[in-house]
Design a binder for this molecule. Structure first.
Ligand SMILES: [Zn+2]
Length: 292
């Protein structure tokens, strides 16, 4: 992984990093430290799989990739003193589970276990979660948001407006989002970092391009070291080599966001986790085990 990052960084050195917005982002990067005193636990939750035979949408032929299916990660970060953040809520809404042991399917996605059940296994009910946030507005990240309507929603204004609009994201049930109308909300910026607990331990980083409201998450773990959960900035680890940007709303902006995250990862010696890379994701410890 580190070698891949170094190789891409040298390529990205050629990427144009000028412009007001990029300078703003660069200033933000300098503020991000490499750690804090927080003793966090990071649980990786398997929220399903996107059954994906044809990666043309991402610029690949089937034979270019060892695995074309995409994983679907959710992440619970626990600070023993300050509370919890649930990052991403999965692709299959829990209300599709019928209790018959059959994994529900929705379009090309399939569930593994209900999110609520996986949280209960480690001692959390939806109302116990302090903050909930998602990487972007698409169906594979937001499907269980409705269960966390009594928590505090850290959200881009773009995401909130989209979910609560009459034109909700495709493949979603807009009725499920109506519960979020009165949810306590903290608006997170799309052009500046947001420090979740105010101590540098968990930072939400705007990484637009895939969508304008796309964000990544930096988690500073004491023992494991810093992890950057990069949302849909990359979909496959193969993208580190190719830098393909086919499945993005704004491809030049995606390249700038990637360059910034690679620069940050190098600076603080962070590992980058790609929630949709099936092979990388399958190698991570899953809840109830955790990283700390
Ligand atoms: Zn996604």
């Amino acid at each position: 992984m580190k070698q891949s990052i170094a190789r891409i960084l040298s390529l990205c050195a050629m990427t144009v990093l000028t412009g007001v917005t990029q300078n703003t982002f660069a200033a933000e990067l300098v503020k991000v430290g490499a750690g804090s005193d927080a003793d966090l636990k990071l649980y990786v939750i398997d929220c399903g799989v996107l059954l994906y035979n044809n990666p043309n949408k991402f610029g690949y032929k089937k034979e270019d990739l060892k695995e074309t299916n995409l994983s679907n990660g959710c992440y619970l970060i626990v600070d023993p003193g300050k509370g919890t953040l649930l990052w991403d809520t999965g692709v299959i809404p829990d209300n599709l589970w019928k209790g018959d042991g059959i994994s529900p399917k929705k379009f090309y996605a399939e569930g593994t276990r209900p999110l609520k059940e996986q949280l209960a296994e480690i001692g959390y009910q939806p109302d116990d979660i302090k903050y909930v946030a998602v990487a972007n507005q698409y169906w594979d990240h937001i499907s269980n948001l409705y269960q966390f309507a009594n928590d505090t929603w850290l959200t881009s204004k773009i995401t909130r407006d989209k979910l609560l609009s009459s034109n909700a994201p495709e493949h979603t049930d807009p009725a499920l989002f109506s519960s979020l109308k009165d949810t306590k909300t903290i608006t997170i910026p799309d052009d500046k970092n947001y420090d979740v607990f105010g101590d540098g331990s968990i930072i939400i980083i705007p990484t637009p391009g895939h969508t304008p409201d796309h964000h990544s998450l930096l988690v500073n773990l004491k023992r494991t070291g810093p992890i950057i959960i990069s949302g849909d900035l990359w979909h496959y680890t193969k993208d580190f080599e190719t830098n393909f940007t086919q499945n993005n709303d704004d491809r030049p902006t995606t390249l700038l966001s990637r360059a910034r995250i690679l620069q940050l990862a190098k600076k603080i010696n962070a590992n980058i986790w790609i929630p949709h890379d099936y092979i990388q994701f399958s190698q991570l410890k899953k809840s109830p085990e955790y990283y700390n």
